[in-house]
Design a protein. Sequence first.
Length: 183
Amino acid sequence: MADRWTEQALSQSGMAWTILRNGLYAELIGMLAAPRGGRITTPFGNSPISAVARADLAEEASKVLGDPNAHAGVTHELSGHTSFSVPDLAQRLGVAYEPISLSAERERLSQLPLLPLQPAMLLSIFSAATGGFLLTDARDFAKARIQASRSTRDSLRIGRHGGVVRCNIGQRILPAVSKGNAR
């Protein structure tokens, strides 16, 4: 765990430090769970996920930078305030959630132009989600005195336009997906 090693090295360095442990980005979950062929097949399981919007993380970082002494020697665990599951997301989109197996997803990923580390990273996310390990109540936004939250409400905005589903994930609008068309 390189991140934890780095955190330990910082905390033992004698320098002033603050650590922001960002949770899984809501925008990433939205992109990975985008429907293909009118259904979501990505194997996220059924457990809730505490994803967080990048805009919330940026706001948190700016608050910490604005008052570094108040956060010196503190590790903030940052996750979304409202958890959601991919089956719930599918229901909101009006599409089926039919997750494929992790081995089938590994095969699908092997056919994509990904960097060598990406399939393993993505399978790790899917496996953690399936096991319920992406749900947390560690939300230190209150420690930094910010009013969150965009995490689910704004990060996973969903709209329908003439039978076509669009997901607005944070600042990025995913391509429209027709319920009947493969993507």
